[in-house]
Design a protein around this ligand. Structure first.
Ligand SMILES: Cc1cc2nc3c(=O)[nH]c(=O)nc-3n(C[C@H](O)[C@H](O)[C@H](O)COP(=O)(O)OP(=O)(O)OC[C@H]3O[C@@H](n4cnc5c(N)ncnc54)[C@H](O)[C@@H]3O)c2cc1C
Length: 384
């Protein structure tokens, strides 16, 4: 594995950084304060090629490797978690399953609008009573006269109720397996289908300008051809989706840590107390040295997980490790950076306050830190 980025990856990093600083940074505070989802930014990010980055150009994707995708998310998260979340969720949860499991017809129908950023798509797994225990889902899809009849509810679904959402992939119980366990499958539901309601959730602590929705299915009927992937393949498909998704969340932790560290360093070099900059007090300099070191370690862990995926090797354990570590590194970095800001760090007019809030989702979404430790513990043989 080479530790150097390719010239293309380097150029990509610079292009996304430039875009994030010029187009997103000036709007972040207001979008966050007013909890506004920006369709305009999504379209611009689409023009930049940020959706469907790793999928084939046949469907409008960029055909890039996982590391390039992770670098893009890292650069967005360095400036704004909400836009990074919109892009990461769309790539891994919206576009990813359709690209990986869809029939050619499904891909041709849905992907071009999604990869161009004209439309968004959600992935509904979590339910009010089934979060970490995703297998406890209650939503059902029953095949009746060649149509799936769907009933149930989902919660916290990203990109599912925006003004440009075209539909959602829903994980549902489609029957019983021979061993008596639930058969779980994925079914496509287009926005506007009768009986399907997507309601935006407000007053979030985190990701306030990303779109999060509750979904309700009341005798929703869709054609049998809306099955995504194999019937009964839902649980395994979901685990594969989450493995890739975790790399995106890890990239958000890494980029968010980088952004918070830069804010802390900048502030500590400006702020004077007792006649000297606070960065020159060793206790504060050491805080910043710890941040810089942990960010480098997080980057190495995440990039290696990407390398494993890009080289067709198993990467599930490493994706969990990267997600766990990067999100917890960001936790420590934002804590230190707020501490360096003193009272000003607790004021929303200072961006570090937003980083402090946004970080928390990373230890909860796409598998909590406890679930990541469970996955890793299982992978290293603790429970054999
Ligand atoms: C802004 C936002 C966006 C999201 N986007 C999506 C999305 O697009 N699609 C989607 O399907 N979901 C999405 N989610 C849901 C998210 O993935 C869940 O919130 C997460 O998986 C945790 O589930 P839960 O909230 O029900 O918590 P619970 O599962 O109820 O967990 C509560 C606590 O119990 C702990 N716990 C649970 N089980 C165990 C165990 N076995 N051992 C030890 N501790 C345990 C957890 O670690 C946690 O600390 C989103 C959530 C948010 C807030």
């Amino acid at each position: 594995m080479s530790y150097a980025l390719t010239a293309e990856q380097d150029m990509l990093r610079h292009a996304i950084r430039e875009f994030a600083e010029a187009e997103i940074a000036p709007k972040v505070a207001e979008l966050d304060r007013t909890e506004t989802f920006s369709t305009e930014l999504v379209h611009k990010m689409g023009e930049l090629g940020l959706f469907g980055m790793t999928i084939s150009s046949e469907y409008g994707g960029q055909g890039l490797d996982t590391l390039s995708y992770v670098i893009a998310i890292e650069e967005l998260a360095r400036v704004d978690a909400s836009q990074a979340a919109t892009v990461a969720a769309e790539n891994s949860l919206g576009i990813g399953p359709i690209a990986a499991l869809g029939t050619d017809e499904q891909k041709r129908k849905y992907l071009p609008d999604l990869t161009s950023g004209k439309k968004l798509w959600g992935f509904g797994l979590t339910e009010p009573d089934a979060g970490s225990d995703a297998g406890a889902s209650k939503t059902t899809a029953e095949l009746v006269d060649g149509q799936w009849k769907i009933n149930g509810a989902k919660i916290f679904i990203t990109n599912a109720a925006s003004p440009i959402t075209a539909g959602v992939t829903v994980q549902a119980i489609t029957g019983k397996r021979p061993d008596g366990k639930n058969e779980i499958s994925c079914v496509i539901v287009e926005a506007g289908t009768k009986g399907f309601t997507a309601r935006q959730m407000h007053h979030k602590l985190v990701w306030r300008s990303s779109n999060t929705a509750e979904l309700f299915f009341d005798n929703v009927t869709v054609p049998e051809s809306h099955l995504l992937g194999k019937r009964g393949g839902g649980f395994k498909q979901m685990l594969n989706t989450l493995d890739s998704g975790r790399l995106g969340i890890a990239a958000m932790g890494l980029g968010g840590a980088q952004g918070a560290y830069e804010l802390g360093l900048h502030y500590a070099k400006q702020r004077k107390q007792f006649g000297q900059t606070i960065a020159s007090f060793q206790v504060n300099a050491f805080k910043l040295a710890d941040c810089a070191t942990e960010i480098e370690a997080a980057r190495a862990l995440l990039y290696r997980a990407c390398w494993l995926k890009d080289n067709g090797k198993p990467f599930g354990k490493e994706a969990s490790m990267a997600k766990l570590y990067c999100s917890e590194v960001m936790n420590r970095v934002v804590n230190r950076a707020v501490q360096l800001h003193g009272g000003y760090g607790l004021m929303e007019e200072y961006p570090i306050a937003r980083f402090y809030r946004d970080q928390k989702l990373l230890e909860i979404g796409e598998g909590t830190s406890e679930i990541q430790r469970l996955v890793i513990a299982r992978a290293i043989g603790c429970f054999e």
